[in-house]
Write a protein that binds this ligand. Structure first.
Ligand SMILES: NC(=O)c1ccc[n+]([C@@H]2O[C@H](COP(=O)([O-])OP(=O)(O)OC[C@H]3O[C@@H](n4cnc5c(N)ncnc54)[C@H](O)[C@@H]3O)[C@@H](O)[C@H]2O)c1
Ligand SMILES: [Zn+2]
Length: 361
């Protein structure tokens, strides 16, 4: 039997562990023993995840828990749902020593984490991510929050979990499009921080397509290690953490111009293609390096061409509105060597538009 993989996120007295193993949800009762004894807890989950994995929660014996189930989907990641979670917490008798558990994808984790950050001025919370995106990205690092009608993630807090419990078995029920959203982030980690890891993904793309859980467990572990290292060095995105936005400034523009009909992972894949193209135009990387990234993205079913109807000038204008833009200049994360990126801010708008145009169908 594989041992439980443990990864430390080092943040002084806010440090925590990521526990990772296929089938781990079966042992939830034992794992939570140390955390839960005699505490009231609220499990937050969504309407898709509850019927699939709610039963694992029902086996918890050590704490007095209640459940809050919200309708699945980004459109419920709102202050209203957070208010409903907090009111449920009051009704269930949660006090300052109580605990919130987030069982679900990034929407659930962001929202339950934010509720934990503000309920009684902050209580403990535990992440139980069930999407690949949440396992490799959103459950680690302490960014929590909700959307406003004016934009995504405009209200939030940095609030680190006390523990992250990852069971890759839950990926078996995840729709393929959701899996792809996570794979875009997985490839991103290779491009920004670890070329050897990128090459492992290339070599075992069949394992990724066939959901080889052993391989996924190792892949998720490496992504969590990279994210943990970056967050430990720059918790509040003063500098280094911004490299996690690779592909995202272009990607967010594509997402919002498509009225979110293009999925996050697909938009980020197009964004990474555009960023790599810009790096080629700036002679920071050779064309065959950009192609290697794009080829892996394509192999895993992710698009690298921007569909017709999204004009390069409009994409650029939308990038200026993105919160990562400084003044009138866009700051971008661009590849500069195998498995390495740099943050570049003095970019010519014409060149950015040309790079986008080269990626448009
Ligand atoms: N906090 C951060 O650092 C951070 C980082 C990246 C993204 N995010 C946020 O994460 C959110 C996106 O997360 P997501 O992609 O996980 O979306 P999500 O939480 O909406 O999950 C996607 C879909 O999969 C379903 N689902 C979840 N687990 C399942 C499973 N095991 N089997 C079957 N269905 C399952 C959900 O019900 C939902 O319909 C966005 O709101 C984004 O802003 C946050
Ligand atoms: Zn992302």
């Amino acid at each position: 039997m594989q041992p439980i993989k443990q990864i430390q996120v080092s943040l002084g007295d806010r440090s925590y562990e990521i526990m990772l193993k296929a089938g781990l949800l079966q042992s939830l009762n034992n794992i939570l023993n140390a955390f839960c004894s005699n505490r009231a807890a609220l499990v937050v989950t969504d309407s898709n995840v509850e019927p699939l994995y709610g039963e694992a929660i029902d086996r918890i014996e050590h704490c007095n828990y209640s459940k809050f189930v919200f309708p699945a989907g980004e459109k419920y990641k709102t202050v209203e749902t957070v208010a409903a979670i907090c009111r449920k917490a009051v009704a269930a008798g949660l006090d300052r020593k109580s605990l919130i558990l987030a069982l679900g994808g990034g929407v659930c984790g962001d929202m339950a984490g934010f509720a934990a950050a503000v309920y009684m001025r902050g209580i403990d919370f535990i992440q139980l991510p069930t999407t690949l995106l949440a396992m490799v990205d959103s459950s680690v690092g302490g960014k929590t929050g909700v959307d406003l009608p004016e934009g995504k993630n405009l209200v939030g807090a940095f609030w680190q979990p006390r523990l992250v419990i990852i069971d890759p078995e839950t990926l078996k029920t995840l729709p393929v499009e959701e899996l792809r959203n996570g794979l875009a982030e997985v490839i991103k980690y290779g491009m920004i921080r670890d070329w050897k890891f990128f090459r492992r993904l290339e070599k075992n793309s069949t394992g990724l397509k066939q959901l080889d859980l052993d391989f996924y467990t190792r892949i998720i572990a490496r992504c969590c290690e990279i994210k943990a290292e970056i967050v430990s060095r720059d918790e509040r995105e003063g500098g280094l953490r911004a490299i996690l936005n690779y592909g995202h400034t272009f990607g967010h523009a594509v997402e919002s111009l498509s009225n979110f009909s293009i999925a996050h992972g697909a938009a980020v894949a197009m964004g990474m293609a555009a960023a790599a193209e810009l790096a080629v135009l700036l002679r920071k990387i050779p064309g065959n390096y950009a192609e290697r990234q794009n080829s892996l993205l394509r192999t895993l079913g992710l698009p690298v061409r921007i569909p017709p109807g999204l004009e390069p000038e409009k994409i650029y204008a939308a990038m200026l509105h993105d919160k990562k833009a400084v003044g009138a200049k866009v700051k971008l994360v661009l590849p500069v060597a195998e498995g390495a990126v740099a943050i570049i801010d003095d970019l010519d708008s014409k060149l950015i538009i040309r790079a986008v145009r080269n990626c448009c169908d």
